[in-house]
Design a protein around this ligand. Structure first.
Ligand SMILES: *Cc1c(COP(=O)(O)O)cnc(C)c1O
Length: 438
């Protein structure tokens, strides 16, 4: 059998359109895609030769930029000894070296690691840990999750059940998915605090504490559910409420981990320690898919307390050595660079350069934290038009719904970042005029 299409670049795009699903797209009316030939530093090179400055870090992952010599070398080194072996009954140095780093960098009580193949799976594992913990303690009734509106935790069923019910299209899956409890979005603004901001969550916790296994939340920044930022005091209050009501606390740091918000982990803004934490995305520096769920000895030992108590999970590619090696190298690289200064400098520049967007009639809000810059628009953006305009401006920025946002690689220079922010201003201004005319 011969495969013709792959020999004819002119036909690639048509083949892609007809046969391949992209994230959240229709097979019959797909959005356009751009073919990438190579990626280097902060640049994506398209097959037609155009070069784009990457504002997305490939969805929070490529914190050191693309094609990094040290990360390449780490994978090549590992490849020479083994690409993969099963993790059942076997172990290896890459997994141990990575576990040591994750345990060393996160809060002291988090001492036990479960390696997963994606962020969504690490959330499934976190939910299972919480349910199994209470089950082993004779509390089989504690199986539900409490979370807040506007969250995003992944696309598998358990993870979806704790995503925002509207964004996550819960009505489409009624009956297939556990029904969780939702409180309003975290309201907390800066250092201010008002008990009213957590009143609803508190009431839900107190009323349903006998059914609730855990609260799950993205600390400080709600990512794909709406790119909202909230204050640290909310997390401190939440920790207290969870303790008072015998409920575990899960932090989903899949988007925020590894420096993105200006602290290595977002929970450090609040100095609050969760019972379970999910890590992923930037963990491998954007090279491979890998995630981890960490928990405390109390939870780990608790799960095992009822005799048979094994944690009921074991992915085929668990702790893949290539992924673990590049993750350990990415962490070392991060710690050896002045990442915190860079992220703070990016934050200051984003605040300064995106602020003028607020003057545009289509813009309802501008907000930044760490290396994340968000412009919220009053109505949902015209995706295909806006995407094309960004590419024509030599930047890769992928808006969704009413959010035009960037989270660039930390290695981005001041000039390169200015190109991203000016493209945002230019294109949003054009769009303002465009919708005025319609
Ligand atoms: C991306 C993301 C996930 C899901 O991770 P995948 O690797 O896409 O499965 C879960 N939680 C948060 C906060 C995320 O940003």
């Amino acid at each position: 059998m011969e495969f013709e299409v792959s020999k004819k670049p002119a036909r690639w795009e048509a083949y892609d359109r007809e046969h391949i699903w992209h994230p959240y797209t229709s097979m019959t009316r797909p959005l356009s895609t751009y073919a990438v030939k190579a990626a280097n530093g902060v640049y994506l090179r398209l097959t037609d030769g155009r070069e784009l400055i990457d504002g997305m870090s490939s969805w929070w992952t490529a914190i050191h930029g693309y094609n990094h010599p040290r990360l390449n070398a780490a994978i090549e080194r590992q490849l020479k000894s083994m690409a993969h072996v099963m993790f059942g009954g076997l172990t290896h140095k890459p997994a141990i070296a990575l576990a040591e780093r994750l345990i060393g960098l996160t809060a002291k009580p988090l001492q036990h690691v479960f390696f997963c193949d994606s962020g969504s799976v690490s959330v499934e594992v976190a939910l299972k840990m919480a349910v199994q913990y209470w089950y082993a303690r004779g509390r089989a009734d504690k199986k539900r999750m409490l979370t807040v509106l506007g969250g995003y935790h992944g696309d598998t069923f358990g993870a979806m059940s704790v995503c925002d019910p509207v964004n996550g299209m819960h009505q489409m899956f009624t009956g297939m998915m556990p029904r969780q409890l939702f409180a309003s979005m975290p309201q907390c603004d800066g250092d201010k605090w008002d008990d009213a901001w957590i009143f609803e969550l508190k009431a839900l916790l107190e009323t349903n504490r006998d059914e609730i296994a855990a609260v799950i939340i993205e600390p400080i920044v709600q990512g794909a559910g709406g790119m909202r930022i909230y204050g640290a005091e909310y997390l401190r209050q939440l920790r207290r409420l969870c303790d008072a009501n015998d409920v575990l606390l899960i932090f989903d740091e899949i988007a925020t981990g590894f420096g993105r918000t200006g602290r290595l982990f977002a929970y450090q803004h609040a100095d609050v320690v969760p019972d379970i934490i999910c890590l992923g995305k930037a963990m491998t520096g954007g090279y491979m898919t890998l995630a981890a769920t960490l928990t405390t000895s109390r939870v780990a030992n608790g799960i095992s307390a009822d005799g048979s108590g094994v944690l009921m999970h074991g992915p085929t590619f668990m702790a893949n050595p290539l992924a673990c090696s590049v993750a350990a190298e990415s962490i070392d690289l991060l710690l050896e660079t002045p990442w915190q200064e860079r992220v703070h400098a990016i934050e200051a520049q984003l605040l300064k350069e995106l602020e003028p967007c607020r003057q545009l009639p289509v813009v309802s809000d501008v907000r930044c934290i760490g290396a994340i810059g968000v412009v919220e628009t009053r109505i949902a953006v015209e995706m295909p038009w806006m995407q094309e305009r960004f590419v024509e401006n030599s930047v890769w920025i992928r808006p969704f719904s009413n959010l035009v946002y960037i989270m660039p690689p930390y290695i981005i220079t001041e000039d390169q970042l200015s190109k991203l922010t000016s493209a945002m201003k230019t294109v949003l201004a054009e769009w303002s005029e465009r919708i005025d005319k319609i």
